[in-house]
Design a protein around this ligand. Structure first.
Ligand code: FES
Length: 154
């Protein structure tokens, strides 16, 4: 008599140790706290010049004095999100202080550029155009009124 001994050897390679990490990461970006205000592009209905000087400027509140804005440089007003520059003596410009890259407030003005230190964008004080860095667009111009030695938002 023959005894057919059929032996099966099942090799279970133990590589199926699937560790399921609890990786339930949803795109929960609903922080909701970052309300970015659009720059108010209100049309400036500036009354025709009453150049008497001395009084506070009509329309907006005073930002600064002309003497406080360095020639070739500028000054940043974080609350108003405005940067005022004086590219050449007596010529004042104003731009949004919100970087066009990812919305940081610009940090300083030096060597003829308005600088965002978040990622290194630089904007020219003369026209807000991009001088370097990742910013895709110039800083938008803002309206200001210079009355005597007072600079106000228009
Ligand atoms: Fe200004 Fe990125 S937000 S450089």
């Amino acid at each position: 008599m023959t005894n057919p001994s059929t032996r099966r050897t099942v090799l279970a390679t133990g590589a199926a140790s699937a560790l399921l990490l609890g990786c339930s990461e949803y795109g929960d970006e609903n922080s909701g706290g970052d309300t970015e205000e659009a720059p108010s592009a209100a049309p400036s209905a500036a009354p025709s010049g009453s150049a008497s000087g001395g009084d506070t400027a009509p329309g907006g509140k005073e930002l600064t004095r002309t003497a406080d804005v360095p020639v070739g440089g500028g000054k940043i007003f974080k609350d108003e999100k405005v940067v005022v520059t004086q590219p050449e003596e007596g010529g004042f410009k104003a731009f949004s202080a919100v970087c066009t890259h990812q919305g940081c407030l610009v940090a300083n003005v030096s060597d003829g550029t308005i600088n965002c230190t978040c990622h290194g964008s630089r904007f020219r004080v003369a026209d807000g155009s991009v001088a370097g860095g990742p910013a895709p667009k110039p800083l938008p111009a803002q309206q200001i009124t210079v009355t005597g030695d007072s600079i106000s938002l228009a």
